[in-house]
Write a new protein. Structure first.
Length: 528
C-alpha cells in the first residue's frame, strides 16, 4: 500500500495536504488515458500480439501493458478525429505510441540525472487532491481509487510510479519555461502568432505504407551476402509470427449477477437464479434472431453494447477456461448453450476460426528475407517519393499524387502559436517551423519535413493576419509576460530533441519492431 508520512493512502484526508502542484493536471494525464478492459479480456496481462517489452530507455522498460493502455487511448482519440477516414496503419498510430512512451522515459531519465525528483508527499498530493478519486463530499475515496486500479490492471506501485514520472517531467518543463523572459518585440511576435490563423494542407509519406517490389533476384542476393544470419535471427526473435496457436473470432452476451466478478449496476443486484432464467430467455432469442441485436439489448458488458459483443480473434489462453473450452469446441456460425464463468453466464457465437500454424525456418526463410529487404528499402523509397511529391506540389502537377497513392489532407484553421498542430501533425518543432514559414495561399514549404518517422509536404491553404503596430505601450507590456510561454516552449522542445538525439546516438534507446508495427500485425492476423 502506498503511504504518506507513515499512513496508507486510504487513510489520508484530502484536506490535510496542501495543493502545491496542480494535481488535476497531472492526474488528468494519467486517468485521461483510462482504458476499459472488458470482462472477457485476457485473464492476466497477456495480450494478443507482440511479445517482450515495447521499448526501453537506458535499462528502463516500457511494458506491454503500458503500450496497450497508451495505444487504446491514442486509437480512440484518432477515431474521434478521423471518423470514417480512420486507418491506424496509415496514421502510424503504433509508431507514434512507442515513440511517445520513449520520449517520456528519455525526459524522465534526463530530469532525474539533473537532480529533479518527486517526493512521496507530492505523489500523494496529486492522488488525494485530484477530483477523479473524490466522493460527493470532495474527499478522497479509497474504494474509487482501488476500483480504478483494478479496471486498468494497475497496482498501487505502478500507478504511483506513473504519477511520479509525470511530476518529474512537469518539473523539467517548468524549470525551462520559468527561466525565460522576453522583450516587447517578442510580445509583438506573440500577438502576431496568437491572432494569425492559418490552414495548412499536407501530404504524409509514411515509410511503413510504401510498397516495395522485391524480386527473387533481390532475395537471392540478400541471402548470399550474409542475409541468412539476419533471417535466422529474425526467425528466432519472432516465434509468434511463425508458430501461431489456433484462434477463434466470437461475440458473446454476458448476463452477470450478484457476486460475479466485475458485476456493476443492476446486474450486481440480480440473483443468480434470476440471471440463469434471463440467460435461458436470451439463448432462445439469440438462436432464432439477430445475435448482435440480442447482445445490445441484454448484455451486461459495457463495451459489448457498442461493439455487439465482438471479442475479435483470441487464443485459448486469452480467456477464462470455461469460456475458451466452449468457444474452441464450436464450429463457425454455431451458438453455444449457456456457459458459466466467474463473470456470469455467457452465450457465445463463433464467427470464424483459424487453425494453428507452425512454419519451419526453411519454409519461412524467403518470406523473411523479402520482409527484411523491404524494410531496408522503404526509408530510401519513402524519401524519394516525398521529394517527387514536393516537386509536383511546387509545379502544380497533381497527377503525381494519384500515381503515388498520396492525397492532400487539411489541418483546419489554427493559430500559429498552437502547441499541437491539428490533423494529426502533432507537436514536432520542424513541422511548426515549416508551417510558420508559409506566407500566402498556395505557398509550398521549401523542403520535405522529416518528423516522427514520416516525410511531410506542407502547402498553405489560407492565412488571416493580425495587426500589431496599433498596440499601445501597456498592451505590449502585458503581452511581454504572456509571450514568455511561447519562447520557452520552443526552447523546451529544442532541448528535449537534443537530449533524445544524444540517447539515440549512444544506442541507449530500444524500440521493439513488433510493437512499432502492432497495427499492421493486427490487420494481418484478422485477414483484413
Amino acid at each position: 500500500m502506498f503511504s504518506w508520512k507513515g499512513k496508507d493512502i486510504s487513510d489520508l484526508d484530502s484536506g490535510k495536504l496542501k495543493r502545491n502542484i496542480p494535481a488535476y493536471v497531472i492526474l488528468a494525464l494519467a486517468v485521461g488515458a483510462m482504458t476499459f478492459f472488458g470482462v472477457c479480456e485476457p485473464s492476466g496481462n497477456r495480450l494478443i500480439g507482440p511479445s517482450g517489452v515495447a521499448a526501453s530507455v537506458d535499462g528502463m522498460d516500457v511494458s506491454a501493458l503500458e503500450f496497450r493502455r497508451a495505444h487504446i487511448n491514442r486509437t480512440q482519440q484518432a477515431q474521434q478525429q478521423f471518423k470514417d477516414n480512420f486507418d491506424p496503419v496509415k496514421l502510424g498510430i503504433s509508431q507514434a505510441v512507442v515513440n511517445g512512451l520513449v520520449d517520456q522515459l528519455v525526459y524522465y531519465k534526463e530530469a532525474v540525472r539533473n537532480g529533479l525528483y518527486a517526493s512521496d508527499d507530492e505523489v500523494a498530493n496529486v492522488i488525494i487532491e485530484g477530483q477523479y478519486f473524490q466522493n460527493e463530499q470532495g474527499k478522497f475515496d479509497p474504494e474509487l481509487f482501488q476500483r480504478y486500479l483494478r479496471s486498468q490492471r494497475h497496482t498501487e506501485a505502478s500507478f504511483t510510479e506513473e504519477i511520479r514520472r509525470s511530476l518529474v517531467n512537469s518539473k523539467l518543463r517548468s524549470f525551462v519555461t520559468d527561466t525565460y523572459r522576453v522583450s516587447r518585440e517578442a510580445a509583438k511576435l506573440d500577438k502576431l502568432l496568437t491572432d494569425t490563423k492559418i490552414n495548412v494542407e499536407f501530404v504524409q509519406v509514411n515509410p511503413s505504407n510504401v510498397n516495395v517490389n522485391v524480386s527473387d533476384e533481390d532475395i537471392d542476393a540478400f541471402l548470399a551476402d550474409g542475409g541468412e544470419e539476419k533471417v535466422r535471427k529474425y526467425f528466432d526473435q519472432n516465434p509468434r509470427e511463425f508458430n501461431k496457436e489456433a484462434q477463434v473470432k466470437a461475440r458473446h452476451v454476458l448476463i452477470a449477477f450478484q457476486g460475479a466478478s466485475r458485476a456493476t449496476g443492476d446486474a450486481a443486484k440480480r440473483s443468480k437464479e434470476d440471471a440463469k432464467a434471463l440467460a435461458e430467455k436470451v439463448l432462445k432469442e439469440a438462436k432464432s434472431g439477430d445475435f448482435v441485436a440480442v447482445v445490445k439489448k441484454y448484455t451486461d458488458e459495457a463495451s459489448g453494447k457498442t461493439k455487439g459483443g465482438d471479442l475479435g480473434y483470441f487464443k485459448k489462453g486469452d480467456m477464462v477456461p470455461e469460456f475458451s473450452e466452449a468457444a474452441f469446441a464450436m464450429n463457425k456460425g454455431e451458438i453455444s448453450n449457456i456457459v458459466e464463468s466467474k463473470f456470469g453466464f455467457h452465450i457465445i457465437k463463433v464467427e470464424d476460426t483459424k487453425p494453428a500454424v507452425n512454419t519451419s525456418f526453411d519454409d519461412a526463410k524467403r518470406s523473411i528475407a523479402s520482409k527484411l529487404v523491404s524494410k531496408d528499402k522503404r526509408p530510401e523509397l519513402a524519401k524519394a517519393q516525398a521529394e517527387k511529391a514536393l516537386e509536383a506540389a511546387k509545379s502544380g502537377n497533381e497527377a503525381v499524387f494519384k500515381e503515388l497513392g498520396l492525397e492532400w489532407k487539411t489541418t483546419g484553421e489554427f493559430a500559429l502559436n498552437a502547441r499541437f498542430l491539428p490533423g494529426g501533425l502533432g507537436s514536432d518543432p520542424k513541422l511548426k517551423e515549416a508551417a510558420l514559414s508559409l506566407e500566402k495561399a498556395g505557398d509550398v514549404a521549401d523542403s520535405v519535413v522529416e518528423a516522427s518517422g514520416s516525410h511531410y509536404i506542407l502547402r498553405l491553404k489560407s492565412r488571416e493576419g493580425a495587426e500589431v503596430e496599433k498596440m499601445s505601450s501597456d498592451e505590449l507590456e502585458q503581452l511581454a509576460d504572456s509571450s514568455r510561454f511561447l519562447e520557452a516552449f520552443w526552447m523546451y522542445n529544442k532541448l528535449t530533441q537534443d537530449v533524445k538525439k544524444t540517447y539515440e546516438d549512444a544506442n541507449r534507446i530500444y524500440r521493439n519492431e513488433e510493437y512499432m508495427q502492432y497495427d499492421a500485425i493486427l490487420r494481418s492476423q484478422s485477414g483484413s
